[in-house]
Structure formats: C-alpha cells, structure tokens
Design a protein around this ligand. Structure first.
Ligand SMILES: Nc1ncnc2c1ncn2[C@@H]1O[C@H](COP(=O)(O)OP(=O)(O)O)[C@@H](O)[C@H]1O
Ligand SMILES: [Mg+2]
Length: 330
C-alpha cells in the first residue's frame, strides 16, 4: 500500500437488488475514502442506502444482489476475496457493530466466554491469558468491575453495557477499521453520548478508523471528521464536518440540519423535510431531491446532477451548490 493511499477506498459502488427491473439501485454510484484513524459518518434518512453500502464493504450482501464498482482496503481488492479470505478480513482487519447488540450476543453464554472465544479464534492464547485480556478489554470500553462481569449473561447488562461488550468484541483483534451501523440509535441520549465519546477515544488506543452510520446529525456533530450525506442511494454531499455544518452545499444537508434535535435535549424535531424519498420504481426524471427541494428550478427537474467538487474538498450533487454559498437560502 502506498503511504498516502486511503485505508478504505470505495469507487462507483452500485448495488442493485432487482437488476433489469428499471428500479433505482439501492446504492447507485457511491465513492468515498476513509483514511487511517479517520472517523467518517455516513448520514441520511432511512432507506438511503447506508447499511447496504456497509454490507458491501463487509462482503455480506446476498448473492442475488448485482454489485459493481471497486472496494479496496489497505490496497487489497475486497471484491476479489474468496469466502475463506473474507472470514479472515472480517473480525481481524475490519470489525463491526450493529444497532441491537442483543441480536449479536449469544444469550445462553456469559459475555466473558464470548470474548474469550473471539480472542482465541484469531490468536493462540491460554485460557487464563485470554480471560485476562477479556477483562482488560471490558475495562478499556468502560465496564466497571470487569472481572466480575465476565461471568454475566447478556440479559444481565443494560443496553448501553451490552453495546460496550460488542465494541470490546469488535476491537479484540485490533482491526484497522470499525464499521458501526447506528450503534447508539436504540439507546437513550445520555448513554448515546457516552458511547460516542468512547468510540472517539478508542480510535487512539486501538489506532482504528471508524465508519459510523447514523441518521442523526447530532451524532455527526459529536464525532465526525468527515461526512458523507446519502440520499436515495447516491451521495448528495461530502465534506469535512465543519463545512457540512457551517456551509452546506446541498439543500438536503440543510434540511437534515434543520430537522436535528439537539443531541442532549429531549425536544422533538423542529422542522422536517417535507415529503419522502422517491419511489425507486418510479423516480423523478431529474434530481431525485427536486420534488422536495425548496431551491429547485426547472433545470433540476430535467437533469440528474452528478457529484462534483465545489470548493476545497467539498463535493455536492446540487446544480445550485454555488448559489447556496451566496446566501440563496430558502
Ligand atoms: N436484501 C435486500 N433486498 C432488497 N432490497 C433491499 C435489501 N436490503 C436493503 N434493501 C433496500 O435498499 C434500500 C437501502 O436500504 P438500506 O441501506 O438498509 O437503508 P438505510 O440507509 O436505512 O440503512 C432500501 O430501499 C431497502 O429497502
Ligand atoms: Mg440502515
């Protein structure tokens, strides 16, 4: 791998669950990179293709899905891996955590045993050494009295503590990349904040990059270095986190920001973006966001804009990205 090559590079990723049907693909031409130790948030409404993109990176899409594009990790072409090679990449080089830890933890075994098994699957280690290491890991993810907790069953822990155990399992092999798909969505806001802080801290300890999927701009504000905004299977905008919040160049990003409740408040959302995502079977001819867009002009209903560089490293798929910067806001 070249020294300046990104850790993960995705180019023109297309995932189509119904090829030839004329429906919009679930993921339609997505390209982005993640650098070593970088925290990239992928944000967008439900159904925008965030999880499907992550599953493509993990090699976990159903065989029936038609996939094209390139995914390279540490210079390695992930799309060319065999099933067997995949098993060694998953867990060892790329870890993952999902929204509901109860579905990933085995309810009939103590958490210590589950950690120990993961550790011993990847490295030769005595039982005693692996229990010590498991207790260390629980300590590192902020679980109090880790040694006693090793013998707890998943149902004995709170949702937040279970998610900490999942993070410990995912990090047990020191992966270079951690993929976290809505890991805090099921938790209350205080616990959410604590887990986000933890993920952020663990980047240093484990030298891990993080791909964090969320539908919540409050989460993005908390931890992201860079942000990929997805809409209807495509990237609407991508930029560093400051540009996204201070000078968004896509009206969809602006809409997401306007409808974000403060992460630590219990207030309901202020505004919502009117309308819903297009029906994939009957998409509008032009920009997929045009029917909901407060800035849309006639041209927006005719032309489907491609993602392009607007300023610095900021990319937008809005035909009016330049005007947005001049204060032409709804
Ligand atoms: N296994 C599947 N088969 C068919 N369609 C799917 C499958 N998984 C996801 N989809 C569709 O792909 C689109 C994107 O889904 P997803 O990536 O899960 O969205 P989200 O951004 O909420 O994570 C949705 O329209 C969803 O219905
Ligand atoms: Mg999802």
């Amino acid at each position: 791998m070249k020294a300046d090559a990104p850790l993960l590079s995705i180019r023109d990723l297309v995932v189509d669950f119904a090829p030839g049907s004329g429906r919009l693909p679930a993921v339609d031409g997505v390209s982005f990179d993640i650098g070593a130790r970088e925290l990239v948030c992928v944000v967008g409404e439900s159904g925008s293709g965030k999880s499907v993109s992550a599953l493509a990176v993990m090699g976990l899409l159903p065989e029936t899905a038609a996939v094209s594009g390139a995914i390279s990790f540490e210079g390695r072409d992930l799309r060319a891996l065999t099933r067997r090679q995949w098993r060694s990449v998953r867990g060892q080089q790329i870890g993952m955590i999902f929204q509901e830890p109860m579905t990933s933890l085995n309810p009939v075994f103590p958490i210590g045993r589950q950690l120990v098994e993961t550790l011993r699957a990847h490295e030769r280690m005595s039982l005693r050494a692996s229990r010590d290491r498991a207790a260390d890991l629980l300590d590192q993810v902020g679980i109090p009295s880790p040694r006693q907790r090793l013998d707890d069953y998943p149902h004995q822990l709170s949702g937040g503590m279970r998610q900490r155990v999942m993070i410990a399992i995912a990090l047990s092999c020191s992966p270079r990349l951690l993929i976290a798909d809505e890991p805090t969505t099921a938790l209350d806001v205080t616990i959410q904040g604590q887990l986000l802080d933890l993920l952020n801290d663990l980047r240093e300890t484990f030298a891990t990059a993080i791909l964090l999927i969320t539908h919540n701009m409050g989460v993005v504000a908390e931890v992201a270095d860079r942000v990929v905004v997805m809409y209807s299977g495509r990237i609407a905008e991508q930029a560093d986190v400051f540009s996204i919040f201070d000078a968004p160049r896509h009206p969809y990003t602006e809409g997401l920001l306007a409808s974000t409740p403060d992460l630590f408040s219990t207030e309901r959302r202020l505004t919502t973006i009117v309308g819903s995502m297009p029906n994939p079977a009957a998409p509008p001819p032009g920009c997929l966001f045009a029917p909901r867009c407060p800035l849309a002009l006639d041209m927006c209903a005719r032309e489907r804009p491609e993602l392009r560089s607007v300023v610095g490293g900021q990319q937008s798929a809005c035909l009016r990205a330049e005007q947005m910067a001049m204060g032409d806001k709804p």
